[in-house]
Design a protein around this ligand. Structure first.
Ligand code: SF4
Length: 505
């Protein structure tokens, strides 16, 4: 197996950095269909550029490189212990090279292992088969979209849709409800894997398994094929749009499996993947470990360019912000304004927010920009460089954010997916704004970082540390302002009304 290590590393690197052709095609179609000059169209422009940047530089498409999940088929007689060990080594090496973010956190101690190896990490599913080659498929599904997975036990009552019964109409309602509930929190437009039936644990597993189908395939079961087509049509009427900004596309794919269930229970499990839908696979020669064929991509074909423009088309109406910022500057901003930040900012996510509730900040946050981001960083000597740095889901900080704004004078919070009423009230009371960055645009934002000025709280691990960055032209959209305005609340309300119209008589 002299080529096994190299083949597995290449699989991980390609999966993290080069979106598969079926996802590229779906994203191109989505962008072409969006209304020009809308916020959703702007987000899609950045996303398309980001896809190109990641492939050009072999950089992580999104800074959240997810939970590496491997599905491996081996011929009878192949040593699966050996394959598992080789995969673990390849994961650690890809992490060392900055192609994967160190994402594995001990659930008891909170310590990041630093190499993506830990208890039950990565995730393996091994199967034997009667073919001669080894097949390794990999999916990298990030935390933001994983949080948007949903499981329904029907019959149940759903917002805007009424009762979902134990029949296909009930299933349809559950899937549409999951898309509506996700809004932009899972970096819409998303791809759905669905399982009808089974039990709780296996239902989720089968739903995730559907994400290994290509987006353009057709379900061999005509009933499920019809449901997949119907969901695509109806979900894309909702108006969630890219990043939940409101727009035409809410999903790029829907793949459904059905499994038998016990008479007493009926689950509908939905696995929601983001636009950064990273999954690839390889066939390996069982004696050498060399790649004989790629799945989902043809490496002999040139990688198709995605960008329609230079990422973010400037209109001249953008507001430039240079921290430290004042209340008056914040009160002058309104939902929908596009801002460009030039100057210093600090990253901070879950651990930093929890820390700030009990301890003073290690830096001066008065007038500061706080960026919900867990970047991919590499250290060369004393110097740190940013390899990927898009926004993370902000809603996790909802219990803390209002206090952090009040106590320390933060003026701008940047993240994705929006925040709740407590933060909105604090923005209004203390004169601050929330900016939505483009989720998954990790390469795009990494290029705005001119210098890493320092780091605090590194003991929390690289993604959770407080990084001090100097950026130039960091673009984001005001989605919650200091006057009580929230684009997220508006879109949720409007899409909820549309959801209600999708009830069948
Ligand atoms: S694109 Fe969004 S949901 Fe997907 S992994 Fe990145 S941050 Fe998470």
């Amino acid at each position: 197996m002299e080529f096994l290590a190299g083949s597995l590393l290449e699989l991980i690197v390609q999966t993290s950095t080069n979106l598969p052709p079926d996802v590229r095609a779906a994203m191109s179609l989505t962008a072409a269909g969006e209304t020009p000059k809308t916020q959703s169209a702007q987000a899609l422009d950045i996303i398309l550029s980001n896809i190109d940047m990641a492939a050009d530089d072999t950089g992580a498409i999104c800074q959240d490189t997810g939970m590496p999940t491997f599905v491996v088929h081996t011929p009878v007689g192949v040593n699966q212990i050996h394959i598992r060990k080789a995969i673990r080594e390849a994961v650690a090496e890809a992490t060392r090279l900055g192609k994967l973010r160190p994402n594995s956190v001990d659930s008891i101690t909170g310590k990041n292992s630093g190499n993506n190896l830990g208890a039950e990490t990565p995730v393996f599913h091994f199967e034997q088969w009667e073919e001669d080659e080894i097949e390794v498929k990999l999916i990298l599904k990030g935390g933001g979209c994983e949080n948007m997975n949903a499981q329904y036990s029907v019959p149940c009552q759903l917002d805007h849709l009424g009762r979902a019964d134990r029949n296909l109409e009930g299933v349809r309602k559950c899937i549409l409800h999951a898309v509506w509930k996700a809004q932009g929190l899972g970096c819409a437009p998303g791809a759905l894997g669905v399982c009808i039936g089974s039990d709780r644990a296996h239902g989720y597993e089968l739903a995730k398994g559907q994400l290994f189908r290509t987006l353009d395939d057709v379900n061999p079961d005509p009933v499920l094929a019809q449901m997949e087509a119907e969901i695509m049509q109806e979900a894309n009427k909702l108006g969630v749009g890219a990043m939940g900004f409101g727009g035409k596309a809410s999903v790029i794919g829907c793949k459904i499996a059905a499994a038998d269930r016990l008479p007493a229970r009926f689950f509908v499990s939905v696995a929601y993947d983001c636009w950064a839908f990273r999954r690839l696979g390889v066939r390996l020669d069982a004696s050498s470990g060399a790649i004989t064929r790629w799945l989902y991509r043809d490496p002999s074909r040139p990688v198709e360019r995605m960008a329609r423009s230079e990422g973010f088309a400037l209109t001249g109406r953008e507001v430039t912000l240079t921290p430290p910022l004042t209340k008056a500057q914040m009160r002058a901003l309104r939902v929908g304004d596009v801002v460009l930040i030039t100057g210093e900012m600090f990253t901070g996510r879950d651990n930093v927010h929890a820390y700030l509730m009990k301890n003073p900040p290690p830096v001066d946050l008065n007038g500061a920009v706080l960026y919900h981001c867990g970047p991919v960083m590499l250290q060369e000597g004393e110097r740190w460089t940013v390899k990927a740095a898009g926004p993370t889901t902000s809603m996790r900080e909802e219990p803390y954010q209002a206090d952090v704004i009040k106590r320390y004078g933060v003026r701008v919070v940047i993240g994705k997916g929006g925040m709740g009423p407590k933060t909105l009230a604090a923005l209004q009371e203390f004169g601050a704004v929330y900016l939505n960055g483009i989720g998954g645009a990790a390469q795009f934002y990494a290029r705005t970082v001119e210098e890493v000025l320092g780091v605090n709280l590194l003991e929390f691990g690289i993604p959770e540390a407080m990084w001090h960055l100097r950026v130039k032209g960091f673009a984001a959209i005001v989605t919650m302002d200091a006057h009580g305005g929230s684009l997220h609340a508006d879109v949720q309300h409007a899409t909820g009304e549309v959801l209600g119209t999708l009830q069948k008589a």
